[in-house]
Design a protein around this ligand. Structure first.
Ligand SMILES: C[S@@+](CC[C@H](N)C(=O)[O-])C[C@H]1O[C@@H](n2cnc3c(N)ncnc32)[C@H](O)[C@@H]1O
Length: 254
């Protein structure tokens, strides 16, 4: 993922929805003082700091992220002036946790990240390896079982003439959201079979960019009218209702 210091900083301002989703997951992980926690895909470290408060100075929190800019910002904003040992940040990917020994964490936490991970089965195996027996894995991200209203409306309008004649492929890699069934299968393959497992749906509200796909600028006003007509169908007296289901997984290593 291309990144800049500015993007990393903007991210910390606009990610309230994501922050709340992270809190929802953390609550379900029942963290206690003294625990060792790995935050995979920690970004600029906002939630990593929160994890640190929960485990205290007797615990250990490590955040990893492939983005050097985000890791730099995380170090700058969370460890500045404190002189504390926690949290620590390293550049790294979910698929390769070789920098951590087996069974070295009580909790592996992964918020809004797994859908960007190129090799998800390998990442899950790595999570299982670095967790101690009885340790917990927590993952939250958009559910692959759910099609959001903005995705449905965008797909419906862009499939019409004349918009269908344009290339709407995304510039970068597309996120790969997991269904409950896919997540279950990955957990089984990664050695989480036999341990407790819960799946929860976290209903959140969000907005989306990239609305017009590859529709040329001059056609966008018309496409916009057609999308508005679809959105009107979602209008309630309290405003537009746009629902999003997150799949929240907590799995214990047996
Ligand atoms: C949407 S952000 C979430 C950040 C943070 N977990 C939060 O909830 O605020 C997704 C993060 O995943 C990171 N990421 C992308 N590919 C990754 C991979 N293969 N392994 C670990 N993290 C990855 C990105 O750099 C980005 O910081």
């Amino acid at each position: 993922m291309g990144d800049t210091k500015q993007l990393a900083q903007t991210y910390t301002v606009v990610n309230n929805t994501q922050y709340d989703a992270g809190l929802f997951l953390i609550k379900r992980l029942e963290l206690e003082p003294g625990m060792r926690v790995l935050d995979v895909g920690c970004g600029p470290g906002n939630l990593t700091s929160y994890l640190t408060d929960l485990v205290g100075e007797g615990g250990e929190v490590v955040g990893i992220d492939p983005s050097e800019e985000r890791i730099a910002l995380a170090r700058e904003t969370t460890t500045r002036d404190t002189g504390r040992k926690n949290p620590q940040f390293h550049v790294g990917r979910a698929e390769d946790l070789a920098q951590f020994p087996a069974a070295s964490f009580d909790v592996v936490y992964c918020n809004s990240t797994l859908h960007w991970v190129a090799d998800q089965p390998r990442a899950l195996r790595e999570f299982g390896r670095v967790l101690r027996a009885g340790g917990r894995l927590g993952v939250s991200g958009q559910s692959g079982d759910f099609v959001a209203a903005h995705e449905r409306i965008q797909a419906a309008v862009l499939a019409r003439t004349p918009y269908r004649d344009y290339d709407h492929g995304t510039a970068g890699a597309a996120p790969r959201f997991l269904t409950r069934e896919q997540m279950g299968a990955l957990l089984d393959l990664a050695g989480f079979g036999g341990g407790d497992r819960t799946f929860t749906t976290n209903k959140i509200f969000n907005s989306s960019g990239k609305t017009y796909g590859g529709v040329p600028v001059e056609m966008r006003p018309q496409a916009r009218e057609e999308m508005i007509a679809e959105w009107d169908k979602l209008a309630t007296k309290d405003g537009l209702m746009m629902e999003l289901d997150l799949l929240v997984t907590v799995a214990t290593k047996a």
